[in-house]
Design a protein around this ligand. Structure first.
Ligand code: IPM
Ligand code: MG
Length: 363
């Protein structure tokens, strides 16, 4: 089969990890006999420097013509001024909105050989295998009004947490479907004791659960969920939640796995189907890590596992996805580590070496 992939390396360590992701994807293409072409675009700070905006219309259109998008990371101190008119993050938000990527999947799995590389007790995190489904194109990140203004008694600012029934129902469906394909447990996370948008969320979750009698649903308040994620993380299977709650909970959950450098993500324009061809964007959940950039030390595994998710959900190539996942676990089993997951007695390697080890074993 033939595939075209939009490649947006972005800023900081983005280009370094993206290079390794491409190597591994090419190795999969070779092994399974697929032809993959890459179409390069700029996103984030580098696009601001070149074109004055974080995402150009041309780049967005190029992404739309491809089968999927592979993204490195955006941002850095150079573009961090809170008074700036344009920000690297606008590029990311623009892509999510422009490509209608409403469903963000962030799996967190604790690998047995990395159980000692986290700050949490091994017995607390053993067996953790959860998936957070975050709504990505609505809620308080996009709702209007959204502004700052001057009043006689000082400045004011407002953001709006706005959700329509349609937006909530479609992300809840992704949560239910995901739970159905896994251990059939769904936690719908909201703040229904305070927020109207959460009360609508919870009502819709109750209504939709009628269609999924095989899935066990629990409604959980976001603060309680934050606590449970640290206390008993292995209890969770699928969590479905809104944009901001999902943003916060996914950073928290990532720490269960020891390093953000291990965790992939998918942002999809439809309900995901394993082996399906839903359009999506794939990126590591870590940021651009400007202080680590250009040193060949960043962990490329999050990027490489994002490539595996792309094979599974946008390219219909489940075998390729499984091949990558197996090799990543084999390479770790053999004792290779990047700096972020390094432990005594293991072999420390750089970004490029880790990518090459994995690509070499995939072929
Ligand atoms: C994420 C990031 C983004 C978000 C930022 C960079 C806009 O934190 O993908 O979680 O908040 O969605
Ligand atoms: Mg975030």
């Amino acid at each position: 089969m033939k595939f075209s992939i939009a490649l947006l390396p972005g800023d900081g360590v983005g280009p370094e990890v993206a290079t390794e992701g491409v190597k591994v994807l090419e190795a999969v293409g070779k092994r399974f006999g697929h032809e993959i072409s890459f179409h390069h675009g700029d996103i984030g700070g580098i696009a601001i420097d070149k074109y004055g905006v974080a995402l150009t219309k041309e780049t967005l259109a190029m992404c739309q013509r491809c089968d999927a998008v592979l993204l490195g990371a955006v941002g850095g101190p150079k573009w961090d001024d809170p008074r700036a008119k344009v920000r690297p993050e606008d590029g990311l938000l623009g892509l999510r909105k422009g490509l209608r990527l409403f469903a963000n999947l962030r799996p967190v799995k604790v690998l047995p050989m990395l159980i000692d590389s986290t700050t949490l007790k091994p017995e607390a995190i053993r067996g953790v295998d959860l998936m957070i489904v975050r709504e990505l194109t609505g809620g308080i990140y996009f709702g209007r009004p959204k502004k700052q203004w001057q009043t006689a008694r000082g400045r004011k600012a407002v953001d709006s947490m706005l959700y329509s029934e349609r937006e909530i129902a479609r992300i809840l469906r992704v949560g239910f479907e995901m739970a159905r394909s896994r251990r059939k447990k769904l936690d719908s996370v909201d703040k229904a004791n305070v927020l109207e948008s959460s009360r609508l969320w919870r009502q819709l979750a109750i209504e939709l659960s009628q269609d999924y009698p095989d899935v066990e649903v629990q409604h959980m308040l976001v603060d309680a969920c934050a606590m449970r994620l640290i206390q008993r993380p292995a209890d969770f299977d699928v969590i479905v939640t809104g944009n901001m709650f999902g943003d916060i909970l996914t950073d928290e959950a990532s720490m269960l796995a020891g390093s953000m450098g291990m965790l992939p993500s998918a942002s999809l324009a439809g309900v995901p189907k394993v082996g399906g061809k839903t359009f999506g964007m794939y990126e590591p959940i870590h940021g651009s890590a400007p202080r680590r950039a250009g040193q060949n030390i960043a962990n490329p595994i999050a990027m490489i596992m994002s490539v595996a998710m792309m094979l599974r959900y946008s390219m219909g190539l489940v075998e390729g996805a499984q091949a990558i996942e197996k090799v990543v676990s084999d390479v770790l089993e053999q004792g290779y580590r990047t700096y972020d997951i390094m432990e005594e007695g293991k072999t420390q390697v750089g970004t490029r070496e880790m990518g090459e080890l994995i690509a070499g074993m995939v072929t």
